[in-house]
Design a protein around this ligand. Sequence first.
Ligand SMILES: [Fe+2]
Ligand SMILES: [Fe+2]
Length: 150
Amino acid sequence: MTIFEALRLSHDIQRELSEQLVATSGDSLERKELFAQLKHELAVHSVAEERHFYIPLMQEDLGVDLSRHAIAEHHEMDEMVEALEETDPSSPSWLVQAKKLSHKVHHHLKEEEHKFFQMAGKLLTDKQKEALAKDYLDAYAAMKTAEAEA
Ligand SMILES: [Fe+2]
Ligand SMILES: [Fe+2]
């Protein structure tokens, strides 16, 4: 497996969760649980992806700008998640903000998959692509386990 395939596995989970989240209504248990899951997926993915994809890519001159751009978007999504957390789930504003977050998540994943992966594909060796996949999946699994035990 390459790093791109490994990252896509997480991306598919995020797309699914964001779509389910915007289909929820009111201050429901379903909304709370989906939000908690999406929040956790985004956090675990961004940490592991920065560590095992963007930081190694930044070692290449041509990888610096795209990595900075993606990391800045991770921060924007973090802030959107925080804002959502501070909003009453039964207010109409909650769904407006959740839709904005879902839109942002979709935009970010699309840009990564359609633009950054292509660029990174030329900068990383085949060996790196495989080693990073393993590192990413290990880090992702370790953080998921830590969460489950917490
Ligand atoms: Fe990302
Ligand atoms: Fe990603």
